[in-house]
Ligand binder design. Structure first.
Ligand code: NCD
Length: 337
Protein backbone atom coordinates (compact mmCIF):
# COMPACT_ATOMS: atom_id res chain seq x y z
CA UNK A 1 0.00 0.00 0.00
CA UNK A 2 1.21 3.54 -0.59
CA UNK A 3 0.20 7.14 -0.10
CA UNK A 4 -1.35 6.88 -3.56
CA UNK A 5 -3.84 4.17 -2.69
CA UNK A 6 -7.45 5.34 -2.88
CA UNK A 7 -6.49 8.96 -3.58
CA UNK A 8 -7.47 11.20 -6.47
CA UNK A 9 -4.76 12.55 -8.78
CA UNK A 10 -5.95 16.04 -9.62
CA UNK A 11 -2.89 18.28 -9.61
CA UNK A 12 0.87 18.11 -9.80
CA UNK A 13 0.93 20.00 -6.49
CA UNK A 14 0.17 16.63 -4.81
CA UNK A 15 3.63 15.35 -5.77
CA UNK A 16 7.03 15.71 -4.16
CA UNK A 17 10.28 14.30 -5.51
CA UNK A 18 9.91 11.02 -3.62
CA UNK A 19 6.41 10.46 -4.97
CA UNK A 20 7.63 11.19 -8.50
CA UNK A 21 10.49 8.70 -8.11
CA UNK A 22 7.99 6.11 -6.88
CA UNK A 23 5.84 6.63 -9.99
CA UNK A 24 8.91 6.42 -12.23
CA UNK A 25 10.18 3.22 -10.66
CA UNK A 26 6.75 1.53 -10.96
CA UNK A 27 6.48 2.86 -14.54
CA UNK A 28 9.83 1.28 -15.39
CA UNK A 29 8.65 -2.07 -14.01
CA UNK A 30 5.72 -1.95 -16.49
CA UNK A 31 8.00 -2.18 -19.55
CA UNK A 32 7.63 -5.96 -20.20
CA UNK A 33 3.84 -5.65 -20.14
CA UNK A 34 3.70 -2.53 -22.30
CA UNK A 35 6.05 -4.21 -24.79
CA UNK A 36 3.87 -7.35 -24.76
CA UNK A 37 6.74 -9.55 -23.60
CA UNK A 38 4.50 -10.62 -20.69
CA UNK A 39 0.94 -9.88 -19.72
CA UNK A 40 -0.62 -9.47 -16.31
CA UNK A 41 -4.15 -9.92 -15.03
CA UNK A 42 -3.63 -8.07 -11.75
CA UNK A 43 -6.66 -5.83 -12.35
CA UNK A 44 -8.89 -8.64 -13.62
CA UNK A 45 -12.47 -7.61 -12.80
CA UNK A 46 -11.68 -3.92 -12.23
CA UNK A 47 -13.46 -1.26 -14.32
CA UNK A 48 -12.07 2.07 -15.47
CA UNK A 49 -14.63 4.78 -16.25
CA UNK A 50 -12.88 6.75 -19.00
CA UNK A 51 -14.82 9.99 -19.36
CA UNK A 52 -13.61 12.41 -22.00
CA UNK A 53 -15.81 15.48 -22.39
CA UNK A 54 -13.23 17.21 -24.61
CA UNK A 55 -11.40 15.94 -27.73
CA UNK A 56 -8.58 13.49 -27.09
CA UNK A 57 -6.80 10.72 -28.92
CA UNK A 58 -3.66 9.66 -27.08
CA UNK A 59 -4.60 10.55 -23.53
CA UNK A 60 -7.95 8.75 -23.75
CA UNK A 61 -6.63 5.70 -25.58
CA UNK A 62 -3.49 5.41 -23.49
CA UNK A 63 -5.50 5.52 -20.25
CA UNK A 64 -7.66 2.72 -21.66
CA UNK A 65 -4.70 0.75 -22.97
CA UNK A 66 -2.84 1.10 -19.67
CA UNK A 67 -5.84 -0.27 -17.79
CA UNK A 68 -6.31 -3.13 -20.27
CA UNK A 69 -2.62 -4.01 -20.03
CA UNK A 70 -3.11 -4.49 -16.29
CA UNK A 71 -6.02 -6.85 -17.02
CA UNK A 72 -8.88 -4.42 -16.33
CA UNK A 73 -11.94 -3.44 -18.39
CA UNK A 74 -12.71 0.02 -19.76
CA UNK A 75 -16.12 1.75 -20.04
CA UNK A 76 -15.98 4.96 -21.96
CA UNK A 77 -17.98 8.06 -22.80
CA UNK A 78 -16.73 10.73 -25.18
CA UNK A 79 -17.99 14.22 -25.94
CA UNK A 80 -20.35 16.44 -24.02
CA UNK A 81 -23.24 15.89 -26.45
CA UNK A 82 -23.30 12.15 -25.81
CA UNK A 83 -23.60 12.49 -22.04
CA UNK A 84 -26.27 13.64 -19.63
CA UNK A 85 -24.17 16.77 -18.93
CA UNK A 86 -25.86 18.04 -22.13
CA UNK A 87 -29.22 17.61 -20.33
CA UNK A 88 -28.09 19.84 -17.47
CA UNK A 89 -26.87 17.15 -15.08
CA UNK A 90 -24.34 18.46 -12.54
CA UNK A 91 -20.79 17.14 -12.37
CA UNK A 92 -21.56 16.01 -8.82
CA UNK A 93 -24.51 13.83 -9.91
CA UNK A 94 -22.61 12.40 -12.88
CA UNK A 95 -19.76 11.51 -10.52
CA UNK A 96 -22.11 9.93 -7.99
CA UNK A 97 -23.62 7.73 -10.68
CA UNK A 98 -20.52 6.77 -12.65
CA UNK A 99 -18.47 6.01 -9.56
CA UNK A 100 -21.08 3.33 -8.84
CA UNK A 101 -20.11 1.69 -12.13
CA UNK A 102 -16.31 1.98 -11.89
CA UNK A 103 -13.37 1.23 -9.60
CA UNK A 104 -11.47 4.26 -10.83
CA UNK A 105 -12.24 7.14 -13.19
CA UNK A 106 -10.09 9.10 -15.65
CA UNK A 107 -11.68 12.33 -16.79
CA UNK A 108 -11.10 15.26 -19.13
CA UNK A 109 -13.34 18.32 -19.28
CA UNK A 110 -13.01 21.79 -20.90
CA UNK A 111 -13.57 23.80 -17.70
CA UNK A 112 -10.71 24.59 -15.30
CA UNK A 113 -11.44 23.04 -11.88
CA UNK A 114 -14.14 20.71 -13.28
CA UNK A 115 -12.30 17.47 -12.57
CA UNK A 116 -11.78 18.53 -8.93
CA UNK A 117 -15.49 19.36 -8.66
CA UNK A 118 -16.36 15.98 -10.17
CA UNK A 119 -14.02 14.23 -7.71
CA UNK A 120 -16.01 15.66 -4.79
CA UNK A 121 -19.00 13.61 -5.91
CA UNK A 122 -17.03 10.47 -6.73
CA UNK A 123 -16.87 7.43 -4.50
CA UNK A 124 -13.77 6.12 -6.30
CA UNK A 125 -10.40 7.72 -7.17
CA UNK A 126 -10.45 10.21 -10.04
CA UNK A 127 -7.45 10.97 -12.29
CA UNK A 128 -7.35 14.33 -14.05
CA UNK A 129 -6.85 13.87 -17.80
CA UNK A 130 -6.87 17.64 -18.38
CA UNK A 131 -9.23 20.33 -17.03
CA UNK A 132 -9.40 23.25 -19.43
CA UNK A 133 -6.30 25.41 -19.50
CA UNK A 134 -5.56 24.50 -15.89
CA UNK A 135 -3.67 21.22 -15.40
CA UNK A 136 -2.69 17.95 -17.04
CA UNK A 137 -0.82 16.09 -14.30
CA UNK A 138 -0.39 12.73 -16.02
CA UNK A 139 1.05 14.43 -19.13
CA UNK A 140 3.50 16.33 -16.91
CA UNK A 141 4.60 13.09 -15.27
CA UNK A 142 5.12 11.36 -18.60
CA UNK A 143 6.95 14.42 -19.92
CA UNK A 144 9.22 14.45 -16.89
CA UNK A 145 9.79 10.70 -17.16
CA UNK A 146 10.74 11.24 -20.80
CA UNK A 147 13.09 14.11 -19.92
CA UNK A 148 14.78 11.92 -17.35
CA UNK A 149 15.19 9.01 -19.75
CA UNK A 150 16.37 11.17 -22.65
CA UNK A 151 18.93 13.04 -20.56
CA UNK A 152 20.37 9.82 -19.17
CA UNK A 153 21.85 9.28 -22.62
CA UNK A 154 23.69 12.60 -22.23
CA UNK A 155 24.73 11.77 -18.65
CA UNK A 156 22.58 14.56 -17.29
CA UNK A 157 19.82 14.69 -14.69
CA UNK A 158 16.79 16.90 -14.20
CA UNK A 159 18.66 19.15 -11.73
CA UNK A 160 20.56 21.74 -13.76
CA UNK A 161 18.38 21.22 -16.83
CA UNK A 162 17.78 23.98 -19.40
CA UNK A 163 14.33 23.75 -20.99
CA UNK A 164 12.97 26.03 -23.70
CA UNK A 165 9.14 26.10 -23.78
CA UNK A 166 7.75 27.49 -27.01
CA UNK A 167 4.37 28.68 -28.27
CA UNK A 168 1.07 28.94 -26.46
CA UNK A 169 2.21 29.04 -22.85
CA UNK A 170 -0.95 30.82 -21.76
CA UNK A 171 -3.55 28.19 -22.58
CA UNK A 172 -1.28 25.12 -22.78
CA UNK A 173 -2.03 23.12 -19.65
CA UNK A 174 0.85 20.70 -20.25
CA UNK A 175 3.47 23.43 -19.82
CA UNK A 176 1.68 24.69 -16.70
CA UNK A 177 1.83 21.30 -15.00
CA UNK A 178 5.34 20.48 -16.23
CA UNK A 179 6.72 23.84 -15.00
CA UNK A 180 5.24 23.27 -11.56
CA UNK A 181 6.80 19.79 -11.38
CA UNK A 182 10.18 21.18 -12.45
CA UNK A 183 9.96 23.67 -9.56
CA UNK A 184 10.65 20.67 -7.27
CA UNK A 185 14.14 20.29 -8.79
CA UNK A 186 17.30 22.42 -8.46
CA UNK A 187 18.87 24.98 -10.77
CA UNK A 188 16.52 24.63 -13.70
CA UNK A 189 16.86 27.23 -16.45
CA UNK A 190 13.51 28.03 -18.09
CA UNK A 191 13.51 29.89 -21.41
CA UNK A 192 9.90 30.82 -22.13
CA UNK A 193 9.28 31.81 -25.74
CA UNK A 194 5.85 33.10 -26.71
CA UNK A 195 4.07 36.21 -27.97
CA UNK A 196 3.35 38.49 -25.00
CA UNK A 197 -0.39 37.75 -25.27
CA UNK A 198 0.30 34.01 -24.89
CA UNK A 199 2.81 34.28 -22.05
CA UNK A 200 3.03 31.84 -19.16
CA UNK A 201 0.46 32.79 -16.47
CA UNK A 202 1.93 34.94 -13.70
CA UNK A 203 1.33 32.45 -10.82
CA UNK A 204 3.55 29.92 -12.63
CA UNK A 205 6.22 32.54 -13.40
CA UNK A 206 6.12 33.41 -9.67
CA UNK A 207 6.48 29.74 -8.72
CA UNK A 208 9.52 29.41 -11.00
CA UNK A 209 11.13 32.52 -9.50
CA UNK A 210 10.29 31.55 -5.91
CA UNK A 211 11.96 28.18 -6.49
CA UNK A 212 15.14 30.12 -7.32
CA UNK A 213 15.32 28.96 -10.94
CA UNK A 214 16.82 30.94 -13.79
CA UNK A 215 14.19 32.45 -16.06
CA UNK A 216 14.57 33.95 -19.52
CA UNK A 217 11.44 35.33 -21.18
CA UNK A 218 11.48 36.24 -24.85
CA UNK A 219 9.06 36.63 -27.76
CA UNK A 220 11.06 34.74 -30.36
CA UNK A 221 13.78 32.18 -30.88
CA UNK A 222 17.09 34.02 -30.63
CA UNK A 223 20.67 32.90 -31.21
CA UNK A 224 21.91 29.44 -30.38
CA UNK A 225 20.57 28.30 -27.04
CA UNK A 226 22.27 25.70 -24.91
CA UNK A 227 18.88 24.13 -24.15
CA UNK A 228 18.76 20.43 -23.25
CA UNK A 229 15.06 20.26 -24.10
CA UNK A 230 13.03 22.14 -26.68
CA UNK A 231 9.35 21.72 -25.66
CA UNK A 232 7.11 22.86 -28.50
CA UNK A 233 3.35 23.38 -28.05
CA UNK A 234 0.23 23.79 -30.18
CA UNK A 235 -1.75 27.03 -30.34
CA UNK A 236 -4.73 25.94 -28.23
CA UNK A 237 -7.29 27.33 -30.68
CA UNK A 238 -10.24 25.85 -28.78
CA UNK A 239 -9.51 28.15 -25.83
CA UNK A 240 -9.34 31.40 -27.79
CA UNK A 241 -12.34 33.76 -27.89
CA UNK A 242 -12.46 33.37 -31.71
CA UNK A 243 -10.73 31.52 -34.55
CA UNK A 244 -9.50 34.85 -35.94
CA UNK A 245 -7.75 35.50 -32.68
CA UNK A 246 -6.06 32.05 -32.78
CA UNK A 247 -5.09 32.54 -36.44
CA UNK A 248 -2.94 35.55 -35.48
CA UNK A 249 -0.46 33.21 -33.81
CA UNK A 250 -0.63 30.18 -36.08
CA UNK A 251 2.72 29.46 -37.69
CA UNK A 252 4.65 31.95 -35.55
CA UNK A 253 6.78 29.22 -34.02
CA UNK A 254 7.23 26.64 -36.73
CA UNK A 255 10.19 24.35 -36.17
CA UNK A 256 12.01 22.45 -38.89
CA UNK A 257 15.49 20.99 -39.17
CA UNK A 258 17.06 24.25 -40.41
CA UNK A 259 15.54 26.33 -37.59
CA UNK A 260 16.50 23.62 -35.10
CA UNK A 261 20.11 23.64 -36.28
CA UNK A 262 20.24 27.45 -36.02
CA UNK A 263 18.85 27.71 -32.48
CA UNK A 264 19.61 24.45 -30.69
CA UNK A 265 22.45 22.08 -29.88
CA UNK A 266 22.96 18.91 -31.87
CA UNK A 267 21.79 16.96 -28.79
CA UNK A 268 18.77 19.08 -27.85
CA UNK A 269 15.80 16.79 -27.28
CA UNK A 270 12.63 17.85 -29.12
CA UNK A 271 9.38 17.29 -27.26
CA UNK A 272 5.71 18.14 -27.89
CA UNK A 273 2.68 16.83 -25.98
CA UNK A 274 0.98 16.24 -29.35
CA UNK A 275 -1.10 16.57 -31.42
CA UNK A 276 1.30 18.64 -33.53
CA UNK A 277 -0.62 20.91 -35.88
CA UNK A 278 0.77 19.78 -39.24
CA UNK A 279 -1.45 22.02 -41.38
CA UNK A 280 0.67 24.13 -43.72
CA UNK A 281 -0.20 27.39 -41.98
CA UNK A 282 0.94 26.04 -38.60
CA UNK A 283 3.52 23.31 -39.20
CA UNK A 284 4.74 23.36 -35.61
CA UNK A 285 7.11 20.43 -36.04
CA UNK A 286 7.96 19.83 -39.67
CA UNK A 287 8.07 16.26 -40.97
CA UNK A 288 11.73 16.83 -41.87
CA UNK A 289 12.40 16.42 -38.15
CA UNK A 290 11.02 12.88 -38.23
CA UNK A 291 14.48 11.54 -39.03
CA UNK A 292 16.14 13.56 -36.28
CA UNK A 293 17.07 11.06 -33.52
CA UNK A 294 16.45 13.74 -30.90
CA UNK A 295 12.77 13.92 -31.80
CA UNK A 296 11.29 12.28 -28.69
CA UNK A 297 7.58 12.79 -29.41
CA UNK A 298 6.77 9.14 -30.03
CA UNK A 299 8.90 8.03 -27.09
CA UNK A 300 6.77 10.44 -25.03
CA UNK A 301 3.56 8.74 -26.18
CA UNK A 302 4.98 5.28 -25.42
CA UNK A 303 6.09 6.48 -21.99
CA UNK A 304 2.54 7.72 -21.38
CA UNK A 305 1.31 4.13 -21.21
CA UNK A 306 3.99 3.19 -18.65
CA UNK A 307 3.26 6.20 -16.44
CA UNK A 308 -0.51 5.69 -16.59
CA UNK A 309 -0.10 1.98 -15.77
CA UNK A 310 1.99 3.01 -12.77
CA UNK A 311 -0.60 5.52 -11.59
CA UNK A 312 -3.40 2.93 -11.85
CA UNK A 313 -1.37 0.28 -10.04
CA UNK A 314 -0.39 2.69 -7.25
CA UNK A 315 -3.85 4.19 -6.85
CA UNK A 316 -5.48 0.74 -6.67
CA UNK A 317 -2.76 -0.60 -4.34
CA UNK A 318 -1.52 -3.45 -6.58
CA UNK A 319 1.92 -2.12 -7.55
CA UNK A 320 3.68 -5.01 -5.77
CA UNK A 321 1.37 -7.73 -7.12
CA UNK A 322 1.71 -7.13 -10.86
CA UNK A 323 4.30 -9.86 -11.56
CA UNK A 324 2.47 -12.36 -9.33
CA UNK A 325 -0.38 -12.30 -11.87
CA UNK A 326 1.92 -12.62 -14.85
CA UNK A 327 1.13 -14.77 -17.91
CA UNK A 328 2.94 -15.55 -21.16
CA UNK A 329 2.02 -13.71 -24.34
CA UNK A 330 0.92 -16.35 -26.84
CA UNK A 331 0.23 -14.21 -29.91
CA UNK A 332 2.62 -12.51 -32.27
CA UNK A 333 2.43 -9.48 -34.53
CA UNK A 334 5.41 -10.66 -36.60
CA UNK A 335 4.99 -12.16 -40.10
CA UNK A 336 5.91 -15.82 -40.25
CA UNK A 337 8.76 -16.27 -42.74
C1 NCD B 1 -2.41 18.20 -24.91
C2 NCD B 1 -3.68 18.55 -24.18
O1 NCD B 1 -4.76 18.00 -24.47
O2 NCD B 1 -3.57 19.37 -23.29
N1 NCD B 1 -2.48 16.96 -25.55
C3 NCD B 1 -2.32 15.82 -24.85
O3 NCD B 1 -3.01 15.54 -23.90
N2 NCD B 1 -1.33 15.00 -25.22
C4 NCD B 1 -1.88 19.30 -25.74
C5 NCD B 1 -2.70 19.81 -26.89
O4 NCD B 1 -3.84 19.41 -27.12
O5 NCD B 1 -2.16 20.65 -27.62
Amino acid sequence: MSEFTGNHILSVSQFDRDAIERVFSVAHSMLPYARRQKRTTVLNGAILGNLFFEPSTRTRVSFGTAFNLLGGEVRETTGMDNSALAKGESLFDTARVLSGYSDIIAMRHPAAGSVGEFAEGSRVPVINGGDGANEHPTQALLDLYTIKRELEYNNKGIDGLHIAMIGDLRYGRTVHSLSRLLCLYDNVHFTLISPRELAMPQPIVDAIENAGHRLTITEQLEGNMDADICYQTRIQEERFPSQDEANKYRGKFRLNQAIYTRHFQSKTVIMHPLPRDSRMEANELDNDLNLNPNLAIFRQTDNGVLVRMALFALTLGVENLVSQYERDVIWTTKKSS
